[in-house]
Each structure stands twice: as structure tokens, then as C-alpha cells.
Design a protein. Structure first.
Length: 187
């Protein structure tokens, strides 16, 4: 069965993210997020490539759990491991963070994220769109004020960086969310 690797990835992320929860009041178990990203990739993005779907499930496992990329490669192969590594955020060094306030830290981390996205392959950009769609929908519920406004601005920059041609379905879905929040804020 072609989805046996996907089933293995599902079990893997549930185990790896066990005990972690999403942000916000009454946050769900963390594993629900990569499942949502995978669903976005499949049902909005139209992706059926099992390795891409596995990478969507595993996209946060390095940065959130400290899993070694070699372990991912051993379990899921080089393509999946490569995509997960590509999707893992670059983080500022302690030296870069030393004298920054929280707003400056956010700007630095945002700049690193946008630079990472600019360098991504089209497959990784596709998964990033599915991830941002999931995160944006959560941000609308869990963030308020300036935190939400910053997230909206960052999301707009992401869809400026990632060409619509990478995955029109996901790209349009994010822009619909952006338009919807913009209309709500005007009323």
C-alpha cells in the first residue's frame, strides 16, 4: 500500500510530539498541527506524493523535538529528511539575541524565516504554504492586537515571496484568509 509510509509518519509524530500542545487557551495536542498541514497539502493543495505528505507531517519534528535529521532519513528516506531539514527554521544565535528587546527578537526571527523561505525548493515552499495556512487560521483565534497585526504582515510577505505557481490552491486559500481578516477589521 502506498500510504504505509504515511501511516508510519503519523505514528511517529504522535510519539515525538507527545506531551506538547499548541498555543492558546485550551491548546490541542501538538500533533494535530502537522495533521492539519498534511490535510491542507492533500485536500487544498491537491498533493498526492507520499513523500511530500510525510514531510508535511514531520515538518516541525526537528525544531520542536530536537530529532536528528539522520533519524528521519533512516526512517523515511533522504527526500523526506531533506524537505524536513529545509523546512526547519533558522534560529538566531545567543550573541545575536544578547542585547535585543522582544520586538527586535521578533524582527530578527521574522527576517530569518523569510530568508529561509526565499531559499526553499518549490516542494518545501508548497509545504510551507500548507503550514502557514494552518498557522494563520490558528493565529486569528489565538493572537490579538499587535501580535496578530505582525503575523498578518509576515503572512503577506510570505505570499509575496512564494509564487502563486508553486501551488495555486494553497496560495489562493491563504490570500482568501488575508482578505477575510482585512474585511473584518474594516467593519
Amino acid at each position: 500500500m502506498p500510504y504505509s509510509l504515511l501511516s508510519k509518519a503519523m505514528q511517529y509524530i504522535v510519539e515525538k510530539h507527545d506531551g506538547s500542545y499548541r498555543d492558546g487557551e485550551f491548546g490541542l495536542p501538538y500533533a494535530t498541527h502537522p495533521v492539519e498541514v498534511c490535510n491542507n497539502l492533500r485536500y487544498i493543495g491537491g498533493i498526492t506524493d507520499v513523500e511530500l505528505l510525510c514531510a508535511a507531517l514531520l515538518h516541525d519534528v526537528i525544531e520542536e523535538t530536537g530529532t536528528d535529521p539522520a533519524e528521519i532519513e533512516s526512517e523515511f528516506g533522504p527526500k523526506v529528511s531533506g524537505l524536513v531539514t529545509e523546512l526547519t527554521r533558522s534560529e538566531p544565535t545567543d550573541e545575536q539575541l544578547a542585547s535585543l528587546d522582544k520586538d527586535e527578537v521578533w524582527l530578527l526571527r521574522s527576517g530569518l524565516l523569510l530568508a529561509d523561505i526565499t531559499a526553499m525548493s518549490s516542494d518545501a515552499m508548497t509545504i510551507k504554504l500548507a503550514d502557514r495556512l494552518a498557522n494563520f487560521r490558528q493565529a486569528i483565534v489565538t493572537r490579538k492586537g499587535e501580535k496578530l497585526r505582525r503575523y498578518i504582515r509576515q503572512t503577506k510577505k510570505i505570499v509575496e515571496i512564494i509564487p502563486k505557481s508553486v501551488n495555486p490552491g494553497l496560495w489562493k486559500a491563504i490570500n482568501r484568509e488575508l482578505s477575510s481578516i482585512s474585511r473584518k477589521s474594516k467593519s
